[in-house]
Structures are given as C-alpha cells and as structure tokens.
Write a protein that binds this ligand. Structure first.
Ligand SMILES: Cc1ncc(COP(=O)(O)O)c(C=O)c1O
Ligand SMILES: N[C@@H](CCOP(=O)(O)O)C(=O)O
Length: 423
C-alpha cells in the first residue's frame, strides 16, 4: 500500500504521511493486490461475515453454554452485543496512581450500556415463553436496551421512568426505539414496587434485574474480559453499584470461571456507590444485617439514583466470594474522574466514572496498592447524559469563552489564533 499524488504521481516513502503533495495535489492510497489469491480472499471474507451473522458472534451468546444452554437458537434475540473494547490508558493510570488499570467499555454495546449483555438474554427468555409485552422501570439505560430488543423481537415494551433526576437523552432513546413510556412521580424504587405487584395482572414480562436471566447475561462481561486477558484476571475488579445487578453478575461469573478452572485465582471486587445513593455501602460499612433503604436517593450520576437495590443480598454473596469491599464517592469526584476518562478517548457516562473515582480514593486510603492491577467496568456511553457534559464543560471559563467568541466573531484566523498560539 502506498500514498501517491493524484496530480504529479509522486510517491511518499514508507512512514511518510501528508494530505497534499508539494505540487498541491491530493494523495491517494494505492494497493498492490497482485500477491493475493482472490478465491482464498473471498473465502476469508465469507468466513468472517458468516461468523458475524450468527448469534454466536455476540459477546454474550458466545458463552451460551454457561448462560442459557437450553434456549433454542430460534428464540435468541440478539444485536451482536458484547465484543466491547478493553483498554489501558496512561492518563487513567496516572490519575489513579495504579500501575496497571484496564477499563472494559460496555458503553460500546448497541444501545450504549452494559444492560445489553443482560437484556438480550431476558428478552430471549421472554420470547421463548411467548410473551409479546415486556416491561421495566428505569433511569433510562435498562429502558433503552429493553425498547431496542423488544422492537427487534417484534414485541411491545412498556416503560416506567421517574419524572425527574434522569437524563432526557435516555428517555428519548427509549421512545425512539418504540417503547410506550409512562413518567411517574417517584424513583426507580417505586417503579420496581409497582411492577413486582402488578406486572403479572398486566401480562407483562419484567426485564429489570429482579429477573435472573438479566443477571445470567451480564455474567458475560467478566467472561469476555477474562478471555481477552487470556484467562488471567487482574487483582481487583471495580464496578459501580446502583440496583447491584452488575455486582451480582460479576460475582456469579467469577465463581463460574473459578469452578471451571478457567482462572485459578479469585480477584477481589470493589463496589462503588455515589454518596447520595449509598445504602449498600452503609450496610457493609456499618456491618448491619438488613439494608436500610434510602428514601430520597440523589446523585448527579442519575443511573445510580437507587435507594433500595433489589439485588443487595445477591451482591453480598459477591463480596463474600471475592473478599470484596465497598466505598462511596461524592458527585464532584465522579465528575472529575469522568472528565479524565472522556479525555482519554474512551469516554463514559457519570455512573461509570464512579469506578475510577472509587479506585483513586481506595488507593489514597491504601486499600488498593499501586502495584496491584485493576479492571474497571465502564457501564454507559458518554452521550447518554449530555446535560452533565454541557454543565461540566461550558461551565468552564475557557471553553465558555471559546464558545462565546466563536458565536460573536465567527471563524477567522485572529479569533482562533488567540486560543491556539497566543495562550
Ligand atoms: C450506566 C450505569 N452504570 C451503573 C449502573 C448501576 O448498575 P447496577 O444497577 O447493576 O448496580 C446503572 C444502572 O443500573 C447504569 O445504567
Ligand atoms: N440504572 C438502571 C436502574 C437499574 O435497573 P435494573 O434494570 O438493573 O434493575 C437503569 O438503567 O434503569
């Protein structure tokens, strides 16, 4: 492959790159296909395409035997979820002070959050039971995911969302996928209570994390991370905690890998809650027997706005099985950590950034050693909450000045020079 000027034919040498040639012409990429065997190439493309078009190309259904072996293939409702990136970033390592930090970007799932790993399984199960009406209550990610899979399954979705403290982007995504959305006064916790009481009267299949098939699907997140890392997991795995489905699935998935002998050492798990919605952390820190629900949970990381996590008992099992710990972090630390993750090029929504904020705090309290290795699960996409982005960035004086200058003076060399050269 080489870069050749379309006007004068000049070729750049290997490693050189430019857009324009010295003569002014644009460069074009020219391949040399003479070495290829066209039939072999076709076979290769075909193999890759056919793998992509089967349910087993999904990063969830690849592990069907460990998740839902009995499900007939024709009931699988998939959007080739999973197969999300595992990254290591120098800036995140510097921010947390830890030598080796991996982040797994579940934000790269088709609906933009880790919920897809579980939702593909829950909706497939509902389909196998011949349900045509699915439901959830949600701060917006569960509902976006459900609405997407229900539409793929040619079924209806009915979604209950709190009327405040959630991100409008997620509600719009849910609506756009075709769900019928009911907005109610209260929190996720009230929505779950309603569905637990009335869903069967209404003939609805519930896709929240009280549904164990959701949890089974979410186990695939840790299977995939382990597979990418050649079955050698880091010392610590960190997840944000809201309803605690992720923490529960993580514990189960780790136990599966350990029982099967895929891993020979159990990593430790840290569950991070936002300070304003941290009933589980309080339960653990105060060594209580029963969770005391938080009646008015509030955090800017709106996906974590949960006062009565349904899976708290299951999440305790995760802590027990992994010698795990919990921590809570204030919103300011979550938002600062989010800015670091965004600038690293990976990006995430606020709830996901609780992991990196939590890690930084655990390191400063010497509960995690700088020499230990860590995997953080980033749960949702940065565009899920643009209100938070707007406040964080345009509240900042330099960006605000830049925006105003452009609006008032337009795009000229002098306007731009002062931001790039004169600063
Ligand atoms: C983006 C995001 N991160 C984290 C969480 C919390 O996960 P869990 O409820 O499984 O504890 C949620 C919602 O549940 C979420 O939507
Ligand atoms: N943040 C979640 C709330 C938890 O929902 P669940 O489906 O895991 O019970 C959301 O996206 O709604």
């Amino acid at each position: 492959m080489k870069l050749v000027c379309i006007d004068c034919g000049k070729e750049l040498s290997k490693g050189e790159f430019d857009y324009h040639c010295t003569c002014g012409g644009l460069f074009d990429i020219v391949h040399d296909f003479r070495e290829y065997d066209a039939d072999l190439l076709k076979q290769l493309f075909h193999k890759r395409l056919s793998e992509r078009m089967t349910p087993y190309a999904s990063g969830v259904w690849r592990y069907k035997e460990l998740i839902f072996p009995e499900l007939p293939d024709e009931d699988i409702v998939t959007k080739y979820e999973g197969n999300t990136g595992l990254y290591s970033s120098a800036s995140i390592q510097k921010y947390t002070g830890v030598r080796q930090v991996w982040v797994k970007a579940q934000s790269e799932n088709p609906s933009g959050s880790f919920k897809d790993n579980g939702m593909t399984v829950a909706v497939s199960h509902g389909k196998s039971l011949r349900y045509k009406k699915f439901t959830c209550t949600s701060t917006g990610n569960t509902s976006s995911s459900l609405a997407m899979y229900a539409s793929i399954a040619n079924a209806d979705s009915y979604v209950f969302v709190p009327d405040k403290d959630i991100s409008i982007n997620k509600v719009l995504q849910t609506l756009a996928y075709g769900a019928k959305v009911f907005s109610f006064g209260g929190t996720y916790d009230h929505g779950i209570q309603f569905l637990e009481k009335y869903s069967s009267d209404l003939g609805l299949y519930v896709c929240n994390s009280i549904n164990p098939f959701r949890i089974e699907g979410q186990k695939s997140i840790i299977y995939e991370a382990a597979q990418y890392l050649n079955w050698e997991l880091p010392d610590w795995i960190i997840v944000p905690g809201g309803a605690l489905s992720n923490a529960t699935a993580l514990g189960k998935g780790l136990q599966d890998l350990f029982t099967l002998g895929f891993i020979d050492k159990m990593p430790r798990v840290a569950i991070v809650q936002a300070e304003g919605a941290s009933p589980f952390h309080k339960l653990v820190a105060e060594e209580k027997e029963e969770l005391i629900p938080e009646p008015f949970p509030y955090t800017r990381a709106s996906a974590l706005n949960i006062g009565h996590p349904p899976s708290w008992k299951k999440a305790l099992q995760t802590l027990k099985g992994t010698n795990g710990i919990t921590i809570s972090v204030p919103d300011e630390e979550i938002l600062d950590a989010k800015a670091v993750i965004d600038r690293s090029g990976i990006g995430c929504e606020p709830a996901s950034a609780a992991t990196i904020a939590g890690l930084r705090s655990l390191v400063s309290q010497q509960l995690i050693d700088k020499e230990e290795s860590v995997l953080c699960i980033l749960t949702g996409n940065m565009l899920k909450d643009t209100d938070v982005l707007n406040e964080y960035h345009f509240g900042d004086s330099i960006n605000a000045a830049f925006k105003n200058t452009l609006q008032n003076a337009g795009l000229t060399l002098n306007t731009i020079r002062k931001f790039i050269i004169d600063r």
